[in-house]
Design a protein around this ligand. Structure first.
Ligand code: HEM
Length: 484
């Protein structure tokens, strides 16, 4: 219990000293290594203050000063940042074995109980492979996934209030979370279901708790102190895990014995399944909810904002969809090649929104050489997707929203491989196939049904967005005018 811990000042001082000696032991070891260059930070806090609130923008500036690979001290943590497409490819694809871990840090280990996927858990490879296969079977094989996304996009349309300035964040979150629940547990929920409302509330609190708890990664000694940051973070993680565990138990009761139609059912049908593993499966499910809902919802919120701010682009998208599939049929993944302007618009949405600007931290499995520098084992490595997507040499006027930059003179889509919202390599986004489907089907369904406009006289929100763990747009109201 938090209140039972009392320390004298002398004990605190001893504790802090011991901790920093330990950490600086590592620092002195690293001093003799040929680390990538980077900004000089202060003792103890490193360069945290220089980063400010717009960390990816600062990292982009530093990559222009120090090069494609630079290092920075954040608190007590040495972080290596990869600031270009080439550097990310070199590390995460070509030297994937050395960069494939997640860093062994307390926040990650405690939050995941060292289980799940986004975790320094020895079994992550095995688990990841199984989930990718299950998603593939639900997606490509039986097309259950696409049907579910189409059905949810129609329900979303019903919930969107016409002609009244409205913030759509909540309904968009409901829709993408419901798709995830369908994939994970085989059931969707009514948006007014009490259990679903609790899940939504817990997930939204969890997003801020994860962002706030970042500081604990950079000052790991804080984990030993009974701070409210830590207790809030742990309480929300455990609430989410027990929610998932209850859904898995329901799923087990409803199992029909045929081909699995959800991730939970696929696990429950495995030969090596026993009920003692239910906690592990809950951690896996929790990880998928954490990783999949906020990111996808944020891309869709950016999409609506960019469309509302660019009526001509919105109309071009509508005309192409109306011409190729009409007003009623859903756009399907197989239609993509016939919809180059839509594909270009989605690429531009991904690029301009870059909702995961620094990806998920990687950890080195061994001392490794990169671009002539030496990176020590278990160093935190971040791929700056923001730098890739804001590279002026590749994307002139990178802050402008211009789908045309992805179309050549013949109207063919170009440079799609230079947009990497899902990362690269063996730890890239595990849910990317589902997410791509959701972004395409939801965005096109909304364009088919509505004309989005910013309320007259209203100033667009600041477009730099809020850089949290996920990059969100600032809250905004939009008018959704029904087309038919
Ligand atoms: C548009 C939406 C999404 C974006 C932009 C996105 C982006 C990313 C990125 C950048 C990473 C880190 C890659 C790396 O470490 O190099 C990642 C990892 C991950 N994503 Fe996504 N993601 C999205 C949706 C989803 C969805 C829907 C799911 C689940 C169904 C999901 C599950 C995961 C998981 C589990 C990981 C960690 C993989 C691992 O550690 O091996 N993501 N995502």
């Amino acid at each position: 219990m938090a209140a039972d811990f009392t320390f004298s000042w002398f004990e605190v001082l001893l504790f802090v000293l011991a901790g920093y000696l330990l950490i600086y032991g590592r620092f002195f070891r690293n001093r003799h290594i040929n680390l990538p260059p980077g900004p000089k930070g202060w003792p103890v806090i490193g360069s945290l203050l220089q980063c400010g609130k717009q960390v990816p923008i600062k990292f982009h500036e530093w990559s222009q000063i120090y090069g494609d690979v630079f290092s920075v001290k954040l608190g007590t943590e040495l972080v290596v940042v990869l600031g270009s497409h080439d550097a990310i490819k070199e590390a995460f694809v070509k030297k994937s074995e050395s960069f494939a871990e997640r860093p062994k840090r307390w926040s990650l280990s405690i939050a995941t109980k060292n289980k799940g996927i986004t975790t320094p858990w020895p079994e992550w490879k095995h688990t990841r492979k199984f989930i990718v296969r299950t998603f593939r079977e639900l997606g490509a094989g039986k097309q259950v996934m696409e049907e579910r996304v189409c059905a949810e996009s129609d329900i979303l349309v019903e919930y969107i209030v016409n002609n009244k300035p409205t913030d759509l964040t909540r309904v968009i979150y409901n829709a993408v979370s419901n798709v995830l629940c369908s994939e994970l547990f085989g059931t969707r929920f009514r948006y007014d279901d009490d259990d679903f409302k609790i899940l939504m509330k817990t997930m939204s609190l969890n997003v801020s708790a994860i962002t706030d708890a970042n500081i604990l990664t950079f000052f790991p000694l804080l984990w030993y102190l009974p701070t409210s940051l830590k207790s809030k973070f742990l309480a929300l993680q455990s609430a989410l895990a027990s929610y998932v565990e209850n859904r898995i138990k329901e799923c087990r009761q409803a199992m029909h014995g045929g081909d699995p139609d959800s991730v939970a059912e696929a696990f429950l049908q495995r030969d090596d399944w026993d009920d003692g593993k239910i906690g592990d499966l809950a951690q896996i499910g929790k990880g998928l909810l954490n990783a999949g809902a906020d990111t996808t919802a944020s891309v869709l919120m950016w999409a609506i904002l960019y469309l509302a701010m660019n009526p001509e682009i919105q109309e071009k998208c509508y005309s192409e969809i109306a011409h190729v599939v009409g007003d009623e049929a859903h756009v399907r993944m197989r239609n993509r090649s016939k919809l180059p302007y839509i594909e270009a618009t989605c690429l531009e949405i991904y690029r301009c929104s870059t909702v995961s600007p620094l990806g998920v931290p990687h950890g080195t499995t061994t001392d490794v050489d990169l671009y002539g520098y030496r990176i020590p084992e278990d160093t935190m490595v971040l791929g700056s997707l923001w730098s890739v997507h804001m590279d002026e040499k590749m994307w002139p006027s990178p802050r402008e929203f211009k789908p045309e930059r992805f179309l050549d003179a013949n109207g063919e889509v170009v440079n799609r491989e230079r947009v990497i919202p899902y990362g690269l390599g063996s730890r890239d986004c595990l849910g990317s196939e589902l997410a791509k489907m959701e972004v395409l089907i939801f965005t096109t369904r909304l364009i088919q049904k509505f004309k989005f406009k910013l309320p007259s006289g209203c100033v667009a929100p600041p477009m730099h967005g809020k850089f949290e763990f996920v990059r969100h747009p600032h809250p905004y109201d939009v008018i959704s005018e029904a087309r038919h």
